[in-house]
Design a binder for this molecule. Structure first.
Ligand code: KIV
Ligand code: ZN
Length: 385
């Protein structure tokens, strides 16, 4: 089974989520948990963006030893010098330089011709290589870039020393099929591509970030980038926990695994949610509150007989204690009886029927019946004559 590297950017692209502002101590706490989670590369921030970010990146690089720490830089000497000062104490100093390559970005944002963009990228990568052993170069907005221009600039930056080429779907525009073809095109047309690794970086504007990342893996990406809980600019980045669990559960389909310690997923998700203030939606895959909750009688009955009827992931795999049988208006007698037994009640069939009727009446009045409600119903029924 081949290994795909996980490049976590929770502390950089994730922190770019609207309304998120992590302080130095919070960043360090998340960095330590990401290390426990087993990410291969951690993007700790953008050192030239602020003094606070510089200090946090430096402290993380100086502390974390279990993975490579990187930082973002624009394609200029000042950003690269600042990133070196922040990252040089790291276990495996690595720089991430980005420069836009799509017509809309080059014309309106950079105000440069394509050849000027090539020159700037090559100069930046060559300069960075004087200091950093590993230099990743990202073709920002790769999915809206002219293919022949992309091939040309990738060849040049590899010649200049880039060790990783990232093809970001910066605006979440692509589809799995197209993104796979983009990787094939670059692999088949850049003559020196064997000298660099290919990386995928997807945004979720059209809700396809995880699917696009999986497609990239199937078409030659050996590194995937994303964030915990999928936080990030606008609609966010690819959710790393979803990619890792998809690769694990669908081993029949994918020949790749990550090095993530899956049992650390829930703890990491909770920490990121708490410190960023970004709530995880209840129905979010893998880590949402309802991801392992069953409410309907048919589902509850199935899961109680054999969990794989309605659960393809075991809660324990991702560090969650157990599934939840939520008692609501769709629930059946089987789950109700199980709940009563878990509370230590041993009711006669008749009393159980009576309690179940009271419970069903309550579901007509409350959206979710809590354990305390059920306990009260059972106690009342048991003590009633
Ligand atoms: O989405 C993007 O293009 C980025 C780059 C900086 C890699 O985050
Ligand atoms: Zn991004």
């Amino acid at each position: 089974m081949a290994h795909v590297k996980v490049f976590d950017t929770t502390l950089r692209d994730g922190e770019q989520s609207a309304g998120v502002n992590l302080n130095r101590l919070e960043k360090i706490e998340i960095a330590k948990q990401l290390e426990r989670l087993g990410v291969d590369i951690m993007e700790a921030g953008f050192p030239a963006s602020s003094q606070g970010d510089f200090e946090a990146v430096k402290e993380i690089a100086d502390t974390v030893r279990g993975c490579s720490v990187t930082g973002l830089a624009r394609a200029n000497k000042k950003d690269i010098d600042m990133a070196w000062e922040a990252l040089k104490g790291g276990a495996e100093p690595r720089l991430h330089i980005f420069l836009a390559t799509s017509p809309v970005h080059m014309t309106h944002k950079l105000k440069k011709t394509p050849e000027e963009v090539v020159e700037t990228a090559v100069e930046a990568v060559s300069y960075a290589k004087e200091k950093f052993p590993y230099v990743q170069w990202s073709a920002e907005d790769a999915c809206r870039t002219d293919l022949d221009f992309l091939v040309h600039i990738v060849e040049k930056v590899i010649d200049a020393g880039a060790t990783v080429i990232n093809l970001p779907d910066t605006v979440g525009y692509t589809t799995p099929d197209e993104y796979g073809k983009l990787f094939d095109y670059v692999k088949n047309n850049v003559p020196n591509i064997h000298k660099a690794a290919l990386s995928a970086h997807c945004h979720d504007d059209l809700g396809m970030a995880v699917s696009n990342s999986l497609a990239a893996i199937e078409h030659g990406a050996t590194q995937i980038e994303g964030t915990i809980n999928g936080i990030g600019e606008r609609a966010g980045n690819a959710a790393l926990e979803e990619i890792a669990v998809a690769l694990q559960i669908r081993q029949d389909r994918f020949d790749f695994q990550t090095n993530l310690v899956l049992k650390e997923i829930k703890r990491t998700s909770d920490l990121v949610s708490k410190l960023t203030g970004m709530m995880v939606p209840g129905n979010k895959a893998v880590v949402g509150r309802n991801a392992f909750a069953h409410e309907s009688g048919i589902h509850q009955d199935g899961v109680l007989k054999e969990s794989t009827t309605y659960e393809i992931i075991t809660p324990a795999m991702v560090g969650i204690d157990s599934n939840r049988m939520v008692l609501g208006k769709h629930s059946g007698r089987h789950a109700f009886k199980q709940k009563a037994e878990s509370f230590g009640f041993e009711l006669t069939e008749e009393k159980l029927k009576e309690a179940f009727t009271s419970f069903k009446n309550l579901t007509g009045k409350k959206k979710e019946v809590t354990d305390d409600d059920v306990f009260a119903i059972l106690t009342d029924t048991q003590t009633a004559y």
